[in-house]
Design a protein around this ligand. Structure first.
Ligand SMILES: NC(=O)c1ccc[n+]([C@@H]2O[C@H](COP(=O)([O-])OP(=O)(O)OC[C@H]3O[C@@H](n4cnc5c(N)ncnc54)[C@H](OP(=O)(O)O)[C@@H]3O)[C@@H](O)[C@H]2O)c1
Length: 383
């Protein structure tokens, strides 16, 4: 499907549709974030976004608002309209039935149930179809959904809160708090956007975090995932006592009596997964497993051991690095503990997406070059 005709106006309306789509970023998963704007000439006659799986898609909200004004109108949609009947009816059919004459789409839906069929259906009905307007931004907005469908793994953001000398905890393990309130508020937003927040058992044993979203209490809570090969976790920790979010403990243990340790807690489940050659959880086999459980966007908030293992295994798409103006000195807790890399002086695969002041701290967002290539995105993709 190629763009037939597109101009600044198309980009302007599509940008509005993307802004609408972004409003669903705390609630739509496992579904994608989608926005729709319907125009008659210079006038917007309908607009909407997908709010939640099982509820109407963006096109349906916009069509309902447009009513009879949809006849002969142009629809801007951030993702190819669906052609199948899922929990809601097919949107391509709804656009045809409403008499829409032109449909501009940001990107094709990689979901095998749609994948070009929605666009074909519209064209067969005689509708003028344009695809690929602001595709870069549309892909970046749905990185979690796309990663799950196209790569069978979550899109992984690894968050680090570190001092100026790159340390993430004092030698006694204390890390609360290295960064300031603004950075910590920002992490709450990252958690709220994520399907899951994953950490290593040492962080749970040392910090006893809740790993939930407290700043926006009405929002859906992400799944908490704890990697605990030997099942060292016991019921007194907050990831168990706090039932506001579900907790999934991944372990290599298989004995039924161990796996039943948290049976009394309905929000806690334990899953036995394969071990790697060192007896830790096999991270390469974990990612597909999480994608199959509907995890798209995932935030990692772990210590240097798990962070380093994930970077070494090339399982991280973005590093979100909060740096505080503090010098912690000779602690044993650097952010990463990686083998020496002399090539790093010539080339870094980590591309700087943005650098933002967060009160006294600074936040870097870095994207791995392979992830940028896969997303087919430039670094200028902020909605
Ligand atoms: N400032 C920050 O941003 C931040 C964030 C989080 C934590 N921290 C600090 O980090 C410290 C803990 O760091 P840490 O490095 O000891 O712990 P960690 O990275 O949180 O957890 C490491 C543990 O995860 C388990 N694990 C399971 N599968 C693994 C795999 N494939 N590869 C690696 N680990 C795997 C391992 O234990 P088993 O194999 O026995 O399960 C391993 O010992 C704490 O002091 C905490 O305060 C700082």
């Amino acid at each position: 499907m190629t763009a037939v005709y597109t101009d600044d106006k198309d980009q302007q309306w599509m940008q509005l549709a993307l802004n609408l789509a972004a409003q669903g970023r705390f609630s739509t998963s496992p579904n994608p974030h989608v926005g729709c704007v319907i125009t008659q000439g210079e006038q917007i006659v309908g607009q909407g976004f997908h709010v939640k799986a099982g509820e109407p898609h963006a096109e349906i909200h916009a069509l309902r608002q447009a009513g009879d004004d949809a006849q002969g109108a142009c629809a801007y949609v951030t993702l190819e309209p669906c052609s199948h009947t899922g929990r809601t009816g097919p949107c391509a059919r709804a656009l045809i039935d409403a008499g829409i004459s032109r449909v501009v789409v940001a990107m094709q839906d990689p979901n095998p149930q749609v994948s070009g069929q929605g666009l074909a259906q519209l064209q067969q009905a005689g509708i003028n179809v344009v695809c690929g307007v602001l595709e870069t931004q549309a892909r970046a907005l749905n990185s979690g959904f796309l990663s799950r469908i196209e790569r069978n793994r979550p899109y992984v953001r690894l968050k680090v809160a570190a001092s100026l000398d790159g340390k993430t905890a004092l030698s006694n393990g204390q890390s609360q708090w290295i960064t300031g309130e603004k950075s910590r508020d920002d992490v709450q937003t990252l958690r709220a956007e994520s399907c899951a927040v994953l950490t290593g058992i040492n962080t749970v044993l040392s910090d006893n975090p809740r790993l939930n979203v407290r700043r926006f209490p009405t929002l859906r809570q992400p799944l908490r995932i704890i990697l605990d090969s030997r099942l060292r976790l016991t019921p007194e920790y907050q990831v168990i006592t706090d039932s506001t979010s579900p907790t999934l403990i991944m372990t290599t243990q298989t004995q039924p009596q161990l796996l039943a340790r948290f049976a009394a807690y309905s929000h806690v489940s334990v899953l036995s997964v394969p071990a790697d050659e060192h007896g830790h959880i096999d991270l390469n086999r974990l990612w597909p497993l999480l994608a199959q459980r509907g995890i798209g966007l995932m935030l990692v908030e772990a210590g240097q051991k798990l962070n380093s293992a994930l970077i070494n295994a090339a399982l991280v798409d973005e590093i979100i690095y909060y740096q505080a103006p503090k010098l912690l000195g000779q602690t044993t807790h650097p952010a990463f503990c990686l083998p020496e890399n002399p090539h790093a002086l010539q080339h870094t695969p980590w591309l700087s997406h943005s650098v933002t002041a967060m009160g006294q701290d600074c936040r870097w967002i870095l994207r791995h070059e392979d992830s940028a290539t896969w997303l087919n995105t430039t670094l200028d993709d902020t909605i």
